[in-house]
Write a protein that binds this ligand. Structure first.
Ligand SMILES: NC(=O)c1ccc[n+]([C@@H]2O[C@H](COP(=O)([O-])OP(=O)(O)OC[C@H]3O[C@@H](n4cnc5c(N)ncnc54)[C@H](OP(=O)(O)O)[C@@H]3O)[C@@H](O)[C@H]2O)c1
Length: 280
């Protein structure tokens, strides 16, 4: 299969490129420098050059706080860029998968979010990502949308990588105890993205590692447990104390209504996935 992957320098893209190559795909990987997805003309040109069977969009403007000021850049990548890719995929009649976020929900449900829940994004990043979902669906009915959250893995800056650095330096870490999500290992996500390409059943999927979800401080303590570090190095703080520019959902745990019904295996439990990642 010929797979075109965007945002090639990003964390999820790296895992996706690796997985597709391992599965024997011919991979066309484009970083932002090589293909800015907000440029419709270039997108079409690259698609026509490569004639992919499938496109996996890992490109996005992911600075949640930055989007509050860099509104135009965020909108162009997260909404218009996704539409450009969907339109070009339609023109070439190829499978199209794009990644969205748990942040499309407001976090007030107090339970797992499924596809039955109506999005209510709070910050601009989240609003633009939801707009991207809708533009993809309107432009190309074959679009597959993957909502995910709390991703960690190789080659990315995220909560886990920051924590790892602090622990290595013998420092303690502040972790939010009143914000909950479902962690997602980039390698598990990457495998699922390819499985969804092959399934080719267009809809919105919720993809994360399984289990009951966890708070940031719970996640941090699990890391300490696996690495055999004193869990007292984790100092619990409240989301309210951080005063970040963008609002975030306090509980954005995800569950999927479709994956298992469509014959897909549940992803590993988040504690097992975390252990596998940390052992590498
Ligand atoms: N990380 C998470 O916890 C999380 C949670 C929920 C959903 N997601 C979603 O998962 C997907 C992958 O995220 P990630 O964690 O891998 O993010 P990432 O590491 O920030 O990678 C995103 C990549 O997209 C590139 N990019 C930005 N604007 C672009 C544009 N206009 N055209 C082409 N490429 C562009 C970036 O390039 P530069 O760095 O050069 O700007 C970066 O290499 C995104 O859709 C994100 O919204 C992530």
């Amino acid at each position: 299969m010929k797979v075109l992957i965007t945002g090639a320098n990003g964390m999820v893209a790296k895992a996706t490129i690796k997985n597709c190559k391992e599965k024997g795909d011919i991979v066309f990987a484009y970083s932002r420098q090589d293909l800015d997805i907000s440029n419709r003309e270039n997108v079409l040109k690259v698609f026509e050059q490569n004639k992919p069977d499938a496109v996996i969009n890992c490109a996005a403007y992911t600075n949640v706080d930055g989007a509050e000021t860099d509104q135009e850049i965020s909108y162009r990548a997260n909404a218009l860029g996704v539409e450009n890719l969907a339109l070009a995929s339609k023109k070439l009649d190829c499978a199209f998968v794009t990644i969205s976020t748990d942040y499309v929900f407001d976090g007030t449900k107090g339970d797992f979010y499924t596809q039955r829940d109506t999005p209510n994004p709070q910050g601009l990043y989240a609003k633009h990502k939801l707009e991207g979902e809708r533009k993809a669906q309107n432009a190309y009915a074959r679009s597959i949308i993957v909502r995910t959250g709390w991703i960690y893995g190789e080659g990315g800056t995220n909560f886990l990588s920051v924590m790892h650095k602090f622990l290595a330096e013998g420092k303690g870490i502040n972790a939010i105890s009143d914000s909950f999500g479902t962690p997602t290992y980039s390698e598990d996500l990457a495998k699922r993205l390819r499985e969804l390409v092959i399934l080719d059943l267009p809809c919105i999927y919720h993809v994360s590692n399984t289990g009951n979800g966890v708070s940031f401080s719970g996640f941090a303590k699990e890391i300490c447990k696996i690495l055999e570090v004193d869990k007292n190095t984790v100092n619990e703080v409240s989301d309210r104390d951080l005063n970040r520019p963008a609002p975030r959902p306090i509980d954005s745990r995800l569950k999927c209504l479709f994956s298992e019904k469509f014959g897909l295996e549940p992803l590993p439990n988040w504690k097992i996935a975390l252990k596998i990642f940390l052992s590498k």
